[in-house]
Design a protein around this ligand. Structure first.
Ligand SMILES: *[C@@H]1O[C@H](CO)[C@@H](O)[C@H](O)[C@H]1NC(C)=O
Length: 386
């Protein structure tokens, strides 16, 4: 990828997954009052099910926590302690001990020894060159392990490469680059309260009949929308009314977008073009089972269980190598790219040999913009990590 676009790409990435994670972790919810949800909690009916539903399990710590801590079927739920992981393949992600080593190395680096605040926005494997990875075979010694680090120190971004074995740190030139490191959880948290420091913002919220106590503001998609935004880490914030509903996404304060500087926490601009757009009513927006007025004939309380009674049809070797039918590929999570599939091969039906299909692919290459050019929507997308 062209280096000029690299940081920009970083900035766009992660946005949706972070928003979803952030919503999950930080935003308010109404506790679940009734017990019929037991029936819908999948672990009640399937030993293989470990998904934890925030809304259904909130009053059920015993059920939900037990299933995660004490798996009912050890054969299918090996609890793996990742502390002692070691890399087996040149593309394996950094292990916990490698990340700790990177931290130790960087702690003594000149960039981080001053009293200026700093944040590591990304610490991932710096993948070896493709030619070397292609030559590597199982049993060969591992290629030198390096970390690619994006750090921000005193309002400046830095891209570093850390050699985990030698401790050598190479600082890349970032002056000529545009783009910014992606948001941190702290950046996201501040965007929920920062708009309230602006009197115009408060005024327009009150004018729309929303009590400031009922306000929920969220950082939506990141992006770069022109020269005027250059050299600043900006985020557009969308707000909702939480009044009378657990489902505040149904009550957007439409046509109001706050442009926020994530470094200074300052409101840069308020686009307020939707004053005439009413906020949807709270009635009938609650999606939770307990809130549904369901005709008894339509009750769907019998359990559904989706299982693979003989286990999955794929195997995983050395933590990251997946074998499934006539396919084989290396799989790893990446905070920027999402899931990365590498070295995908298929057994050629003619030759019987494994044939290379794809060197590397990102799930985040799926991009779904809403394609609405109006002011409040043109920057939004779903599943869009650029
Ligand atoms: C906006 O309202 C919030 C909540 O009532 C308040 O804490 C904040 O000080 C207000 N901001 C300004 C600039 O008046």
């Amino acid at each position: 990828m062209e280096s000029r676009n690299f940081l920009r790409f970083l900035a766009i990435s992660l946005s949706v997954s972070l928003v979803l994670f952030f919503t999950w972790v930080h935003l308010p919810y109404a506790p679940q009052p009734n017990t019929t949800t037991d029936l819908l909690y999948c672990s009640t009916n399937s030993p293989w099910c470990t998904s934890k539903n925030r809304f259904q399990s909130i009053n059920k710590p015993s059920t939900a926590d037990n299933i995660l801590e004490k798996p009912p079927n050890p054969k299918h739920h090996k609890v793996h302690n990742h502390e002692s992981d070691t890399p087996h393949h040149p593309l394996d992600p950094l292990t916990i001990s490698e990340i700790n080593r990177v931290r130790t190395i960087l702690k003594s680096h000149a960039l981080f020894r001053s009293s200026s605040p700093f944040a590591f926005h990304s610490v991932v494997l710096e993948e070896p060159d493709k030619t070397l990875v292609l030559q590597w075979k199982k049993g060969d010694s591992l290629l030198p392990r390096k970390a690619a680090v994006v750090a921000r120190v005193a309002g400046k971004s830095h891209v570093l490469t850390v050699d985990i074995t030698t401790g050598e740190v190479a600082v890349q030139e970032t002056g000529s680059r545009s783009g910014y490191p992606t948001m941190t959880i702290e950046d996201m948290t501040s965007s929920t309260w920062a708009p309230l420091s602006n009197a115009d913002f408060n005024r327009t919220i009150i004018q729309r009949g929303v009590d400031l106590q009922d306000l929920a503001c969220l950082p939506i998609s990141l992006g770069w929308f022109g020269e005027s935004e250059e050299n600043r880490r900006l985020i557009k914030v969308q707000c909702y009314s939480m009044e009378g509903t657990a489902n505040f996404y149904m009550r957007p304060i439409e046509g109001l977008t706050v442009l926020l500087d994530m470094d200074s926490k300052e409101v840069v601009e308020i686009s307020d073009k939707g004053r005439d757009i009413p906020i949807p009513k709270a009635a009938n927006t609650d999606y939770r089972y307990s809130a549904q007025k369901i005709n008894p004939e339509m009750m769907f309380v019998n359990p559904i269980s989706i299982e693979q009674p003989k286990g999955p049809s794929f195997t995983v070797e050395d933590e990251h190598l997946v074998k499934w039918a006539n396919w084989e590929f290396h799989l790893k999570p990446d905070p920027r790219a999402g899931v990365i599939v590498s070295r995908a091969k298929v057994r050629d039906p003619d030759s019987g040999e494994m044939r290379d299909v794809m060197y590397k692919g990102f799930t985040s290459e799926l991009f779904v913009p809403y394609m609405d050019p109006t002011d409040a929507w043109y920057f939004q997308d779903v599943y869009g990590c650029g």
